[in-house]
Ligand binder design. Structure first.
Ligand code: RUB
Length: 292
């Protein structure tokens, strides 16, 4: 198996999960591919890029960033130019991450109790940074069925000495109704033109409950997750829910759901804290090369 096939397989099986991790690992795989095949042509490179772009269907961050590489490379001196284009995107991602963390720190400095869902690398970094600045921080994290990505979140939080409580997904709305948290902080896989956000299945119910209780919902993510096309929500293998189900049983297992804009208080992005209705304009301002 070459490095791209291996990476695609790891992404599909969720060994690598979360939009940002998927992009970072894809970039590093492409770099390795070029280094191991210095004579690679642009057509061959693009075929491998397409495999990575389509590994999971609801990941515009990877799609947008790999398209950016394609826009910036020059066919002359291809090997050097490809590596440089990939490393430039890695640098941009690092800067975006720093800005999101800084913008979140400013916005959330007076809040202590957060609920998060699934495992978002962006949210994890924001929470660890908040906890370093404020010892009163306390995180409630859902386990995130069926594949328990919430356990990755809680492991990383406790490793960083953040006070953390794990809960079943079905408890989240009730916990919110009891005002046990001051804000919801989750990540995003896709930002839609009307400011709605696609994220791990379960996000809809959490944000609906928060909206009902007037608890703010913040989404920490880069504007590079914008997609002007409504992407298909990935259907996962039913065996993730029940590996040996009775015959004739149908199982629903979408990877994500969609949070309507009206449930979202703000998106914490590299361009500041943005209201959902202003997303399209901000993307046009920051990334004019993205179709809006
Ligand atoms: C992960 C998930 C994360 C987003 C954002 O789903 O929904 O919240 O991808 O993550 P899955 P990040 O486990 O199915 O990939 O902030 O790391 O980009």
């Amino acid at each position: 198996m070459n490095i791209i096939d291996q990476t695609v397989s790891d992404i599909k099986s969720l060994k690598i999960q979360g939009a940002t991790n998927i992009l970072k690992v894809s970039l590093s795989a492409l770099k390795q591919l070029v280094k191991e095949n210095p004579q690679i042509t642009l057509t061959e490179f693009n075929t491998q890029v397409d495999l990575l772009k389509t590994a999971r269907p609801t990941e515009p961050l990877t799609e947008n960033c790999l398209s950016l590489i394609n826009r910036t490379i020059e066919p002359k001196n291809l090997e050097k130019n490809l590596i440089k284009a990939i490393e430039d995107v890695e640098i941009i991602l690092g800067r975006i991450e720093e800005k999101i963390i800084a913008n979140a720190a400013l916005l959330l400095k007076d809040k202590n109790k957060f609920l998060t869902h699934c495992h978002s690398k962006t949210v994890e970094k924001v929470l660890i940074d908040l906890a370093r600045k404020n010892f009163r921080i306390e995180i409630f994290a859902t386990e995130t069925r069926p594949l328990f990505q919430g356990r990755i979140t809680v492991l990383h939080l406790i490793e960083n000495s953040v006070k953390t409580t794990l809960l079943t997904d079905s408890l989240a709305p009730f916990l919110i109704s009891q005002k046990k948290v001051e804000a919801i902080l989750i990540g995003a896989d896709e930002i839609c033109p009307d400011g709605a956000v696609v994220n791990k299945v379960g996000s809809f119910g959490i944000c609906l409950s928060a909206w009902r209780e007037n608890i703010p919902v913040y989404i920490a993510c880069s504007l590079l997750k914008y997609s002007h096309i409504e992407l298909n929500i990935e259907d996962r293998n039913p065996k993730e829910v029940w590996d040996n189900p009775p015959a004739n049983l149908m199982i629903l297992n979408p990877a994500f759901d969609k949070i309507p804009a009206k449930f979202i208080t703000g998106l914490i992005t590299e361009a500041g804290v943005i209201k959902p209705q202003d997303i399209k304009t901000k993307v046009q301002e920051f990334y004019p090369w993205i179709d809006t």
